[in-house]
Design a protein around this ligand. Structure first.
Ligand code: GCW
Length: 674
């Protein structure tokens, strides 16, 4: 239940220097994250080191001092050095016999306390003194929880927030979740599904949301809400019922203004709204021939007086006709949003999925990041492994995320990494950052699998500092989760590092996308489900050829939505990286890759190689028997054995499909012979 916050006692082999017994807390209001920080330090030090601490407001010479930097300066005068803190940042010093944990604000103080505890829990007693600041102001998670208690694309049980149409009474798990979020620097959470329901807005449910916010506030986690665009016409109990939801209608404006003021009465620090409109059957402004910006600004104006923001999703697309060679769902986001650049209010942030389609195992970075110069943006990642094995497969995602966050868009032919665009540096925006769909549930492991929690942990760490090494993040997580045994750390981390490439190999390579069943489950292989429907996740595989021609010269023109240098790279087969070849080009199965192999032989080889790697995981995990408690050992072993078998199903389903359709034999004579 505690995830990586186990605070396991250090083994007797570890020795440590003097740690002060006196924790000075510079704010004793119980709802303050500073107070929480003091409690957390007391609990953590007791559990990790077996040392009792006293929380007081008096400083002796040797103390752990916890508070905002301002409160510290008031009490003790200036620090000996100048400390540059940004919003939510902290200063941590363990030099000498005093520990200083000083936040730019209250929540930053709590982040500093968690950082210090993370060091102790990892047996790291080094003397440090540094300021740590988040790269971007928005570090949110999204839950796709429905009011009936189910979770869309959630694989860790039922909702911890909702059941039977309202907010659950017992919010113990909600507090525990807030603690995990705060420990990795997440500052807000949208608690309900983007496929939203208007009944979240009844007075009773608004009260319930107030209880959720009260529960999370001591951890510095603000809550946000997903809205159903047509709510004014839904007869929401306790609210007026209108005949229109036209965003420019004055009654509609008043309706949302009223509802927003009720919400802020219950939750004075509500972070803002998240809106999915005119997407996948959802209503939106386009229903009334208004623009998406007019729709977003309706909500932006409602929350603006309270300092709230609107996360407006760019995941807007229409069903398409595959017989049109130039039709392309990947073009939708730029088509819809680029013309609106500059028309969004300042407190709107466009939330953009990392790739142009939908959480696939490999996608190029969404070109929309390079196309909005006057609009704040956030990336949407997915911790919940929707297309990526649904937590029954080990897939450590940060290396995938890095291919997007570290991608250089070459805007105006200059360095313009996606992570700098998100932080607002490239186009000088004051808002921007990160959102991830997490979808924890009531399962004791939160996500349904112990090892999947590394994705959650790493998401927070990367949203704070996207330049961090993802292998090192995984080592830290493993140490916190499974202890200090180096063999355990190395074994699990090495498996994690190999896991995404393996999954890509057996589930869909060369940029063809995850060849899963896209019509219903998004789980298990179903390469034929990609085509012959309107969803636009096409492969265009026939007897001789495969891939989407997204060139400007002969295809959908998608490559031309990138800045010129990137557009030129993707336009030509010779400069397109192999791992995105079939994303950008329609080629014969016999096309040679840069590796020298043909496309079809690469398919065969990669699917065998990926499944082979996945089949090593269970045995490698088994080598750790006795070094991990039996319960977690057995639960994870069960999953890894499942993955071993399922990877073979993936392999065979896909290689057979392409063998049948192409009629080309495998050089190694495996396909058709298993
Ligand atoms: O990938 C699709 C999912 C839907 C999801 C949608 C979205 C919440 O299959 O379940 O709906 O994306 O992101 O809006």
């Amino acid at each position: 239940l505690s995830g990586w916050l186990r605070y396991a006692p250090l083994p007797s082999s570890v020795s440590w220097p003097y740690i002060p017994h006196n924790i000075v807390v510079l704010n004793t209001t119980k709802t303050s994250p500073v107070y929480t920080a003091g409690q957390e330090l007391q609990r953590g030090i007791q559990s990790i080191l077996g040392q009792d601490c006293y929380v007081s407001s008096d400083s002796t010479h040797e103390s752990i001092i916890v508070g905002t930097l301002d409160a510290y300066v008031n009490a003790y005068g200036n620090l000996s050095q100048t400390v540059d803190l940004k919003e939510d940042g902290f200063w941590l010093s363990t030099e000498g016999n005093t520990v200083q944990i000083l936040g730019q604000n209250e929540r930053g103080t709590l982040y500093g306390a968690f950082e210090y505890l993370s060091m102790l829990a990892q047996g790291n007693f080094s003397s440090v003194a540094y300021a740590s600041n988040p790269d971007a102001p928005i570090r949110w998670v999204n839950q796709w929880d429905n009011l009936d208690g189910s979770i869309e694309r959630g694989f860790g049980g039922a909702s911890i927030f909702f059941a039977n149409g309202s907010i659950v009474d017992d919010l113990t798990r909600v507090a525990e979740y807030a603690r995990l979020l705060a420990s990795v620097g997440i500052n807000a959470i949208v608690v309900n599904n983007v496929n939203a329901n208007s009944t979240i807005l009844t007075p009773d449910n608004i009260n319930g949301l107030g209880r959720i916010a009260d529960t999370m506030r001591p951890y510095g986690v603000q809550i946000g809400l997903s809205l159903y665009f047509a709510s004014p016409t839904q007869g929401v109990k306790g609210q007026a019922n209108l005949t229109t939801f036209d965003p420019l209608d004055s009654e509609v404006v008043t309706w949302w203004t009223n509802v927003t003021s009720q919400i802020y009465d219950a939750i004075p620090d509500m972070a803002g709204y998240l809106v999915k409109a005119n997407s996948e059957g959802q209503p939106g402004p386009i229903t009334y021939n208004r623009t998406l910006a007019e729709g977003a600004n309706l909500f932006a104006k409602a929350v603006q007086p309270y300092g709230g923001i609107v996360m407006f999703r760019a995941f807007v697309y229409n069903q398409l006709n595959e017989s049109d060679w130039k039709a392309d769902r990947a073009n939708a986001a730029v088509d819809f949003f680029k013309p609106l650049d500059g028309e969004f209010d300042d407190n709107v942030v466009v939330q953009i999925k990392y790739g142009p389609i939908d959480f696939q195992v490999r996608e190029p970075a969404s070109p929309l990041f390079a196309n909005l110069r006057k609009t704040s943006m956030a990336v949407e990642l997915q911790v919940s492994q929707e297309y990526l094995g649904q937590q029954t497969h080990l897939v450590y995602l940060p290396p995938l995320w890095e291919t997007v966050l570290g991608f250089d868009m070459r805007v105006d032919n200059e360095t313009s990494l996606v992570r700098n665009i998100l932080a607002g540096r490239t186009f000088e925006r004051s808002l921007g950052g990160y959102a991830a769909v997490v979808n924890v549930g009531t399962n004791q492991t939160w996500l349904g699998s112990h090892l999947s929690m590394a994705n959650f942990y790493a998401y927070g760490k990367l949203a704070w500092d996207p330049t961090q090494d993802t292998t090192k993040i995984h080592e830290d997580w493993t140490r916190l989760t499974f202890g200090l045994d180096q063999n355990v750390i190395d074994t699990i981390t090495q498996m994690a590092v190999e896991s995404w490439p393996a999954y890509e190999n057996y589930s869909g390579n060369l940029g063809i996308q995850t060849l899963t069943d896209i019509l219903y489950t998004h789980f298990g292989p179903n390469p034929q489900s990609q085509d012959n429907n309107g969803w636009g996740q096409w492969t265009r595989a026939d007897h001789d050829t495969i891939g989407m021609d997204r060139t400007v010269s002969n295809g959908t023109g998608f490559s031309g939505t990138y800045p010129p240098q990137i557009a030129a790279m993707y336009e030509n087969i010779s400069t397109t990286p192999d791992d995105l070849l079939l994303w950008f080009h329609h080629v014969p199965y016999t096309q040679r890759l840069k590796s020298g192999k043909t496309v079809i032989q690469h398919f065969y080889d990669a699917h065998y190689a990926g499944a082979e790697t996945a089949q090593t995981f269970a045995a490698r995990w088994q080598s750790l028997r006795g070094k991990i408690d039996d319960q977690r050992f057995d639960e994870q072993l069960y999953r890894l054995k499942y993955q071993a078998g399922h990877s073979i199903i993936w392999r065979d389903a896909i290689v057979d499909f392409y063998h049948n359709i192409s009629g080309i034999a495998d050089d190694h004579n495996r396909v058709g012979n298993h």
